[in-house]
Ligand binder design. Structure first.
Ligand SMILES: NC(=O)c1ccc[n+]([C@@H]2O[C@H](COP(=O)([O-])OP(=O)(O)OC[C@H]3O[C@@H](n4cnc5c(N)ncnc54)[C@H](OP(=O)(O)O)[C@@H]3O)[C@@H](O)[C@H]2O)c1
Length: 294
């Protein structure tokens, strides 16, 4: 244990870095760090997958323990929390002064568990939410959200800035995971909304290519309305806009009928209709759709 600690370069300006998991994201992280002249030790469960990175200048480690022992900053760029847990389970030494970054898509409870396990080893924990594909890591197009220890984030900001414009979203370890999943939710809801529309159109014999052009315009309206929607939510004032809740209810009911029996189902529209009905019964039929989330 003490031999391991002696190798740690705590206090030097450029941290020695370990990347555990050299898949698509891990590989991109390593390339970017090597490109900046950093010392990077790599470990991957399937050894051959790290070979190109070693050729590019990374140092290979024989175990997770060896990689972590020689580093002050450790990225766990792994598939999921189960993999994170397996890798952390291989560590039995004191990691005081080290920082571990969990860089994977996980839930809020998994982020809390990871933070607890890392704290138990004496290290600082940062959770990362990756809103980026491997190709854009290290470019302005990459967004990576971080949460957890603000001290560790500040200490390693310069390194994190190599990967993306880093965004610290809160001290709670799960904050980045919540942001990350909520942002994925925007994509899923929009994409599934588009798929439902295409499926409905196709089932009605409509040319989906022709249909998609107008569907794109509809998606554009959603994007254009983002600032107004946020402002309504923040102020708790819900102006009707192009339609009020009474008019929305009519359309939503027609849509539920049109989508009946479709494979992608109704997308929760009956619950939306019930919410609108309750608001109308409450005398709020003249308000806009944002009132449903008010
Ligand atoms: N790729 C993207 O565009 C993207 C975008 C946003 C977020 N993410 C998230 O980023 C994370 C990494 O994604 P990725 O694209 O890099 O995945 P990937 O290419 O499949 O790599 C997964 C890595 O996890 C390792 N791994 C899996 N199970 C393991 C275990 N039980 N023990 C040890 N290592 C294990 C793999 O090792 P082996 O090589 O041995 O299998 C590999 O190094 C995921 O959570 C993903 O959801 C990815």
């Amino acid at each position: 244990m003490f031999e391991d600690r002696a190798m740690v370069d705590v206090g030097k300006s450029a941290p020695r870095i370990a990347v555990i998991g050299t898949g698509a994201i891990g590989g991109a992280v390593v390339h970017r760090l090597l490109g900046d002249g950093r010392h990077v030790t790599v470990w991957n469960r399937t050894e051959g997958r790290a070979r190109d990175l070693v050729v590019a200048g990374a140092l290979p480690a024989r175990s997770v323990r060896e990689a972590v022992s020689s580093s002050t900053l450790v990225f766990l760029t792994l598939k999921d929390y189960a993999a994170v847990e397996q890798c952390l389970g291989q560590l039995d030494m004191d990691l005081s002064g080290q920082t571990i970054v969990g860089m994977y898509t996980g839930s809020a409870s998994e982020a809390r568990l990871a933070a607890q396990r890392v704290a138990g080893l004496g290290a600082q924990y940062i959770d990362a939410g990756i809103q980026a594909s491997p190709e854009v890591i290290g470019t302005d197009a990459a967004t990576i959200l971080y949460s957890g220890s603000p001290e560790a984030f500040e200490q390693h900001r310069a390194t994190l800035e190599l990967l993306s414009k880093p965004r610290f979203v809160g001290e709670a370890p799960e904050a980045a995971a919540v942001w990350d999943l909520a942002l994925f939710g925007v994509w899923y809801d929009a994409q599934l909304g588009l798929l439902r529309a295409l499926e409905t159109a196709r089932a009605a014999g409509i040319n989906v290519l022709e249909f998609s052009r107008t569907a794109s315009t509809q998606l554009g309206h959603v994007v254009a309305a983002v600032p107004a929607t946020v402002s309504e939510m923040q102020q708790g004032i819900y102006p009707a806009g192009p339609a009020d809740l009474t008019e929305h209810l009519t359309v939503v009911r027609h849509l539920i009928e049109l989508r009946a029996g479709r494979r992608l189902s109704d997308g929760g529209l009956p619950e939306v209709a019930a919410k609108i009905e309750a608001l109308i019964a409450d005398g709020r039929g003249g308000e806009g759709l944002t009132a449903t989330a008010g």
